[in-house]
Design a protein around this ligand. Structure first.
Ligand code: UGA
Length: 431
């Protein structure tokens, strides 16, 4: 098929490159001229493993092009994928202005039948509202709408594109469903067919459930610290029960990123707007916000205050494997420690520049993980980058003033740091 992908973020690019690899021809549109110019010469606008190589090979094969002008590509397309962002607006509701702007742009230029696939995470009722929008523009007959939510994770976006757990197809019409199914030929995964509303709500449900699981294990970890239990044992017991599942049971300083906080908040608000008080979600949100504060309080208590003391921080990204620092719990912890007067020297393999805007002045960035430790009284681990486990802890101990490690991700818990002369504090692990 000839496809247009609107929005060149993680979801848009993963879909554009993924469908190109499956043999489709893809034109990608983005309103950010700088991003388009960069992509056009084969440069990625963000860090995502595997994407630079796939971008190069798809450009060489002539299967993917980039433009800022939707009008120049939409009329050659059989399908368009809406992959624009839906960031939280001030009241917490998703801001749909990018979705509406893209739909209006398509309606303005459209003169032939088009399959329009909504990939952006949108509240229940959005597809119905979009249909009305196209009808008002006199283009209702030209558009077949499908709600096909995305479940890919940053850091493994391409793997998730090619091997998803399921393809959700929300549409009221059999032909539209068949078209979406054929577009996904080559992707071996169950097709879950449903209404637009179910597809829209299920996407929020998936993120909210996983976030709730994280908040649950964080509460268990807090209880472990008070009872003498070890949360790793609790994780093992829970995770070995297939009814529970082992994923998303790692405790830490709380979930972050551009999706979980936004989507849990939006679902809570959506429930409220429908006259339902979704209490489990308020608790998951509260626990998540408190978790980073608890970590900071414990660190401050253990060190006897942080004012004027130098701390080495490993990790600013919202999770390991990504350069994204949006709504990062690591950034919140750094801000809180800095606000209490600590001197912070931070290192992150990919997210230093992404985090810079959200950080206060005066945070020092180190060129390597070991350099961050120079003269610091403690090492604070805030992001679960796998490569932190491979750092030489002999070198770390030599550089640190105090051999104290506060691990907000339990990333180094099994490395035997106490035997190497460190005092180690994890989350839910007995010191
Ligand atoms: C999440 C979902 O996992 C994807 O399925 C979804 O498509 C995506 O949001 C989206 O809506 O676009 P992502 O934001 O990339 O993906 O991040 P996750 O890997 O889900 O992690 C979210 C947060 O939870 C991170 O801060 C991570 O550190 C935290 N987390 C995760 C934990 O604290 N413990 C865990 O056991 C797992």
């Amino acid at each position: 098929m000839n496809l247009v992908v609107v929005g060149c973020g993680y979801v848009g690019l993963a879909n554009a490159l993924g469908f190109a690899k499956l043999g489709h021809r893809v034109a990608c549109v983005d309103a950010d001229a700088g991003k388009v110019a960069k992509l056009d010469v084969g440069r990625m606008p963000f860090f995502e493993p595997g994407m630079p190589e796939l971008l190069r090979s798809m450009q060489e094969a002539g299967r993917v092009v980039f433009t800022g002008d939707l009008g120049s590509v939409i009329n050659g397309a059989e399908a368009a994928l809406l992959c624009v962002g839906t960031p939280p607006s001030e009241d917490g509701a998703p801001d749909l202005s990018f979705v509406h702007a893209a739909a209006d742009d398509i309606a303005k230029h459209l003169s032939h039948p088009l399959l329009l696939i909504v990939k952006s995470t949108v509240p229940c009722g959005t597809a119905a509202a979009l249909r009305e929008r196209f009808e008002r523009a006199g283009k209702g007959d030209l558009v077949r709408l499908a709600s096909v939510p995305e479940f890919l994770r940053e850091g493994q976006a391409l793997k998730d594109f090619f091997q998803p757990d399921r393809v959700v197809i929300g549409s009221d019409d059999g032909e539209t469903r068949a078209l979406v199914d054929s577009l996904h030929a080559g992707i071996e995964a169950p097709r879950l067919i449903m209404s637009h509303e179910s597809a829209e709500l299920a996407k929020y449900a998936a993120n909210a459930f996983l976030a709730t699981k994280v908040s649950f294990i964080n509460e268990m970890a807090n209880l472990c610290e008070r009872t003498g239990a070890d949360v790793r044992d609790v994780e093992d017991v829970l995770g070995s029960d297939p009814r529970i599942g082992a994923d998303f049971l790692r405790p830490g300083i709380g979930y972050g990123g551009s999706c979980f906080p936004k989507d849990v908040g939006a679902l809570h608000r959506m429930a409220g707007a429908n006259g339902y008080d979704f209490r489990l979600l308020s608790a998951a949100i509260d626990v998540n916000n408190r978790q980073r504060e608890r970590f900071v309080e414990r660190l401050e208590r253990t060190l006897g205050g942080v004012k004027g003391r130098r701390l080495a921080v490993w990790g600013l990204a919202f999770k390991g494997g990504t350069g994204d620092a949006r709504a990062s719990a690591a950034v919140d912890v750094v801000r809180a420690l800095h606000g209490r007067g600590a001197e912070i020297v931070a290192y992150d393999p990919q997210a230093t520049s992404a985090a810079a805007d959200a950080l206060p002045d005066g945070i020092i960035m180190a060129p390597t993980a070991v350099d961050a430790c120079d003269g610091a009284e403690a090492l604070v681990v805030l992001t679960d980058w796998a490569e932190f486990r491979d750092v030489s802890f002999d070198a770390v101990r030599e550089r640190l003033l105090g051999p104290c490690v506060f691990d907000g991700r339990n990333l180094l818990a099994d490395l035997g740091l106490p035997k190497k002369g460190f005092t180690y504090y994890g989350v839910g692990i007995q010191a």
